[in-house]
Ligand binder design. Sequence first.
Ligand code: XMP
Length: 520
Amino acid sequence: MAHQLVLVLDFGSQYTQLIARRIREQSVYCEIHPYTLGADLAKIRAMAPLGIILSGGPNSVYDEGAPHVPAGLWELGIPVLGICYGAQLTAHLLGGKVDRADAREYGRATVRVKTTDGVFRSVTPGDELAVWASHGDHVEAIPPGFVHTAESDNCKFSGFANSARKIHCVQFHPEVVHTARGAELLGNFLFGICGAKGDWSMASFVDEAVARIRAQVGSTDSGGRVICGLSGGVDSSVAAALIHKAIGDRLTCVFVDNGLLRNGEREQVAAIFRDHFHVDLRVIDAEARFLGALADITDPERKRKIIGYEFIAVFDEQAKTIQNAKFLAQGTLYPDVIESVSFKGPSHTIKSHHNVGGLPERMNLALVEPLRELFKDEVRQLGLELGLPRHMVWRQPFPGPGLAVRCLGPLTRTRLDVLRNADAIIEQEIVAAGLYESIWQSFGVLLPVRSVGVMGDARTYEEALAVRAVHSRDGMTADWVQLPYDVLARISSRIINEVRGINRVVYDITSKPPGTIEWE
Ligand code: XMP
């Protein structure tokens, strides 16, 4: 059942995660580890990777304290692919020479291929490849026994290799999309040089994950129950579905309806988890409690604090009533795990989920985190594999404090209903236009600003709604979406006609920075 493994040693490149994603997209499992693992040759041997990829990094091999690994790494007989810094380190340690370049190479570059071997085996010699480069140093002389495989105008040794020793180096980034045939070059390394079979699939992951969950929580009732807080979002839903597959009715899911959810969210979660999967699901109706605590609060930070506090209190109360609870499930993903393991070496300060912060320690619960190895797109595939509906698996991210951050001013049931209804129209129209899955987030924001309007023959004096739609990769930066005018027109006219309480709709054309995605 074990699948093949490729190791990515991280020397601090901003693109390291992309290397892993491009490999997994080709159905080969890989793990990112800090470069310090490279010093533990016994451990690497024990892991038995098919291949090792040395990432790029910001250092010069000559920098004081620059990350190095012992030359023995290249003697293990395991194929090595060095990318940028990884290529320079290979040259430096195996007898070549690295130097400061006269002309640095950043951004787009053109590489001429000189060989029909190694990572370039599918390329015709003499062909030019559009690549993405990012380096100050360059390789001045390749190590003895190596051949020159590619060049560019600003970098003589864009590629060099020793095929007999299965060591291949490129001075550009095959993992970024701007390197037009990058995935193909990585594939040549994986399949042509390492002999990968492509045995990493979501179906095989399910079997392995189920076995691991059973091993962790024990296979009988005496092992204890697992509690999982469901939010309606992708990560907690997929984690719950997977754990349920592993241990069935020893899982209890808790869904807190805080009165700040989107239209139909509570019903959808109940329909899928209770009616379809037959999970032991507790839906806690805590609307009155939350809205009571939030009455008259308009300061956004105070709103967040109260919501966080109440959530933990409600969850804690529930958890205490679950007999023999020993585990707490969390939908931690691989990017969270890698971010908290700095490339200077493993630190074990893994982020804890903000929603249930402090709970595992307080209740002495062990964590079950079955998605720790997966990227977001893999979690989505896994969700589909487990039978979750597509609309749940592709749901856009939704903030923990829910509509509280999108309902500016006082949080009353009436105003929240107005926002919910308008937000539902935005979602319906974005889905109908076929745009929902390509947009990071699209939603409405209710503003405590009244203006005069006319409807029919009557004067109105009602609040305004801002429509927000952004493209983003990770929520850290964002661009507003150039929604087609006809989609905006439909959203606007439906909201004005169908939602009482709004007489003006505006579209937010602010990027992040300088704006944020949410308003608050
Ligand atoms: P901002 O508004 O800071 O949001 O640009 C960036 C991303 O984070 C989401 N967000 C939150 N998610 N709890 C969450 O789980 C929160 O308190 C929270 N605040 C913002 C936001 O939706 C966007 O995707």
